[in-house]
Design a protein around this ligand. Structure first.
Ligand code: FAQ
Length: 333
């Protein structure tokens, strides 16, 4: 028996030892999660935890980068120099957020090139919201107010995400997003208070078009959310999709009153028993169409990203050539 074990055993035994070791590591990892400890890049983590994070963080990074496009359409048409400067700064911030997030995902062993290739190849997702068109200047205000507002609601709990590099990136991002939300609200308030009737109508029209897609940003209902249970167990997500959506509705309804706009939802009303606003059904078919690549601007957004990447190839090549020359100079010195 012993000899037989020697013949067939070592590999099996190694596997058994490795899995016993892994089981111990996993137990320690789960205990740390239960204690509320942060996980750092060099700590042991289950493969599924790593993959879940790369999926979420890279999707988040892609959203920031693709999210620059609908706003970029309005840089040349901003109504005043002040609004143009604010919009430029905001778009630049979104680019910066993308970079922090790609860097956070890279700490998990996936390169930026791999993530970008997945986006350009249509294999990676980005937020559904950025597949809608920006038709008027009011859309830019509404993106700040509602889209950044929804982003903040979703992202503040991510500052307590169990994966520390993501949590740290989110602290910086949330500070900037809060400025983005206020500038959007301010732009709309000026139009609503000091504008013409046509400008007020433009704001209401933008709210009508962006309200429902903003609610969809929080993801499918909890019962249909593939990843929520595991992600909440691991402390990646701290609050569920539906609970965040409800918090967003409750906060935004009050802000709409200050602005003097109405939400395009006849079923929206305060429910004293629940202590929350009830709201009408969300068109989940539309959401899945957009997520599946068939929204109003999916093709245009991806084509713009791929073109920017290809047009920028010479910059990347020049930077690499410069780095090679510098390295040679340093070697020679
Ligand atoms: N769009 O199981 P769940 C911003 C997918 S940043 C597209 O619930 P999870 C800043 C989901 O990936 C906005 N796909 O998923 C800005 C999954 O598919 P998969 C982005 C969506 O991950 C403002 C499937 O559905 N923010 O706006 C969406 O647990 C203005 C099942 O869903 C973040 O990314 C969606 N809306 O929860 C920039 C925050 N929702 O991956 C410029 C970080 C769900 O299996 C201008 N992410 N899906 O193929 C998160 O918090 C989460 O990933 C959720 C989704 C909550 C988005």
């Amino acid at each position: 028996m012993y000899t037989q074990a020697m013949d067939t055993g070592p590999k099996e035994e190694r596997k058994a030892v490795r899995s016993a070791e892994e089981a111990q590591l996993e137990e320690r990892f789960e205990a740390r999660i239960d204690e509320g400890a942060f996980i750092e890049a060099k700590d042991w983590m289950p493969e599924h935890y790593r993959k879940t994070l790369v999926r979420q963080i890279s999707q988040h990074a892609h959203s920031e980068i693709v999210g620059m496009l609908p706003e970029g359409n309005w840089v040349t048409r901003a109504p005043t120099l002040k609004r143009k400067a604010i919009l430029l700064a905001k778009i630049q911030d979104e680019g910066g957020h993308g970079l922090y997030l790609y860097a956070a995902a890279e700490t998990l062993g996936t390169s930026r090139d791999q993530m970008i290739a997945a986006l350009h190849g249509g294999r990676a997702k980005y937020s559904s919201i950025f597949n809608y068109p920006t038709l008027s200047w009011a859309d830019i205000g509404v993106i700040g107010w509602l889209v950044d507002g929804a982003a903040i609601m979703n992202q503040v709990p991510l500052t307590r995400c169990s994966y520390a590099p993501y949590a740290r990136a989110m602290v910086r991002i949330c500070r900037e997003e809060s400025f983005h939300q206020r500038q959007g609200f301010d732009a709309l308030l000026v139009m609503m208070r000091d504008g013409t009737d046509a400008q007020r109508e433009m704001v209401q029209d933008a709210v009508n078009r962006w309200w429902w897609p903003s609610l969809m940003m929080f993801g499918p209902p909890d019962g249909e959310s593939t990843h929520s249970t595991q992600s909440m167990r691991w402390g990646i997500k701290r609050i569920s999709n539906d609970d965040l959506r409800q918090k967003f509705v409750d906060a935004t309804v009050e802000q709409a009153k200050v602005l003097g706009v109405t939400m395009p939802d006849p079923l929206l009303k305060w429910n004293a028993e629940r202590g929350h606003h009830d709201f009408g059904p969300i068109a989940w078919d539309e959401f899945w169409q957009v997520v599946g690549g068939h929204g109003p601007c999916n093709k245009e957004r991806l084509a713009a990203r791929v073109k920017a990447w290809e047009d920028g190839a010479w910059v990347r090549e020049a930077a690499m050539a410069h780095a090679r020359k510098q390295a040679l100079k340093e070697q020679a010195a």
